[in-house]
Ligand binder design. Structure first.
Ligand code: HEM
Length: 266
């Protein structure tokens, strides 16, 4: 009896599958033995890509807004401390003290778990299916793509250090003079200046901001593709916005430790 191999690699014939001893359901998935069948993953890669894109956009918005807020440090000690206090009391009495801050923290933590988890699964799938082959010759985007894992790990370490340094003031990371916020008053300005007056801490912030630029630029470039932008002009605009946001966040943040180190902020 005649048999043929379909484009999907299945063996078929006029009377159906023709392989004696083969597992029928395995044959449907393109394999002869059930043990060899690679079932489709519960979460397909495109779903993980969308998870990464959406959580990445949340992070990008957060760092952009945070950077704009940080620049208030140039308006003086009172303004900056009032701003930090306002962040804790905003929407009272509808929300408790630090209510909005806790909502933001919960959203960021959820996005962090989703982003890192999806990245780990996609990275391992990519390695398995790509084997020894590597994509070459993409210029700056190639460099940022290859350093995503490293810059991501630097950023994870930075966020842990940063929260211990300027939010909790936990011994070890914080400057000796750290003053926690109270329900009446915040001391964000004094804490920030004291932190950046330590050259090693300031240097770490600078390195982290460069890592943030590389990670954000490539991440947002990728979002343009992952969310399905195919038109040439739309992609060009997307790339330009991605680069501009990443550059603005880096420069806006980097200027703060530099200003403290140079004595402009004290
Ligand atoms: C040089 C750059 C930065 C400066 C000067 C800065 C400044 C600050 C300050 C002063 C606080 C404490 C605010 C307060 O007590 O009200 C803070 C908190 C925080 N920052 Fe930054 N930041 C910088 C970069 C970043 C970046 C790049 C990220 C994210 C990747 C980030 C994430 C956070 C987080 C998650 C908190 C904790 C908010 C909370 O839960 O209270 N920061 N930052």
């Amino acid at each position: 009896m005649a048999s043929a191999r379909t484009t999907a690699g299945q063996v078929s014939g006029a009377a159906g599958p023709l392989l004696p001893g083969a597992d029928d359901s395995a044959l449907e998935l393109g394999s002869v033995r059930a043990g060899r069948v690679r079932r489709p993953p519960v979460l397909p890669s495109w779903v993980l890509k969308v998870v990464m894109a959406v959580s990445g956009i949340v992070f990008a918005l957060y760092v952009l807004v945070h950077m704009i807020g940080n620049l208030k440090v140039f308006t003086g000690v009172d303004h900056f401390n009032e701003y930090a206090h306002w962040l804790r009391t905003v929407l009272q009495p509808f929300l408790p003290y630090e209510g909005l801050l806790w909502i933001v923290r919960a959203v960021l933590l959820g996005c962090l778990v989703a982003h890192v988890g999806a990245a780990a699964v996609l990275w391992s799938r990519g390695r398995k299916s790509r084997g020894a082959h590597r994509h070459k010759g993409l210029g700056l985007r190639n460099f940022t793509a290859r350093t995503m894992l490293v810059t991501g790990i630097v950023l994870l370490g930075f966020v842990v250090f940063h929260v211990l340094d300027l939010t909790t003031g936990t011994a070890g990371a914080a400057s000796a003079s750290f003053r926690p916020a109270t329900v009446d008053q915040a001391h964000a300005y004094e804490n920030l200046v004291a932190s950046f007056q330590r050259p090693v801490a300031a240097a770490f912030y600078l390195v982290a901001m460069i890592a943030l630029f590389l990670h954000l630029a490539h991440g947002l470039w990728t979002v343009v593709s992952d969310l399905g932008a195919t038109g040439r002009r739309l992609r060009a605009v997307g790339y330009a916005v991605a680069g501009a946001v990443a550059l603005a966040v880096m420069l806006g943040n980097i200027i703060i430790p530099i200003s403290v180190l140079s004595g402009l902020l004290s």
